[in-house]
Design a protein around this ligand. Structure first.
Ligand code: HEC
Ligand code: HEC
Length: 100
């Protein structure tokens, strides 16, 4: 009986640790010539909108480095975005067609 309890405990711990947040993935962020700066072409559904979090929940973005070379300071980006909120987005992603 003790062994079974121990096994269950270990399994439940493993399942917690294994729960990776793979985040949002649109795959093509580095494809365009503009890089991180959004263009109407690559952002048809979100173009011209300023309430980014409606479609990009703050804790689902910047989770995975897709640069292909693994150099993005994701933790710093996450921290920065949480501190600065919505106004931070244009700093790295451009104005997204939003009228200023
Ligand atoms: C109405 C929903 C919606 C809103 C609002 C929205 N987006 Fe998006 N966004 C999307 C969708 C859908 C995609 C996937 C587009 C694709 O790559 O085909 C996307 C993709 C992206 C990408 C990845 C682009 C790429 O080339 O892979 C970035 C960066 C992004 N959005 C940033 C933002 C920012 C910053 C804002 C606010 C200024 C914003 N989005 C507002 C729906 C939205
Ligand atoms: C300091 C620069 C920086 C800021 C500020 C920033 N981003 Fe990003 N963002 C990046 C980088 C770099 C990537 C590419 C990550 C990857 O996919 O490898 C990215 C990718 C994304 C993606 C594509 C999906 C993903 O998770 O990779 C979305 C969506 C996105 N950002 C939304 C936003 C929104 C919304 C804000 C504002 C709240 C914001 N970003 C602020 C640098 C930034």
């Amino acid at each position: 009986m003790k062994k079974i309890l121990l096994l269950l405990l270990v399994l439940s711990i493993m399942s917690c640790v294994g729960e990776d947040n793979e985040g949002q993935d649109f795959g093509d962020i580095f494809d365009s010539d503009e890089g991180l700066i959004l263009t109407e072409e690559e952002h048809p559904d979100g173009w011209g909108r300023s309430e980014c979090f409606v479609c990009h929940p703050i804790f689902d973005i910047h989770q995975v480095d897709r640069s292909g070379i693994g150099i993005l300071p994701l933790e710093e980006i996450q921290e920065f975005v949480v501190e600065e909120g919505l106004p931070s987005c244009p700093i790295c992603h451009g104005d997204n067609g939003v009228d200023k």
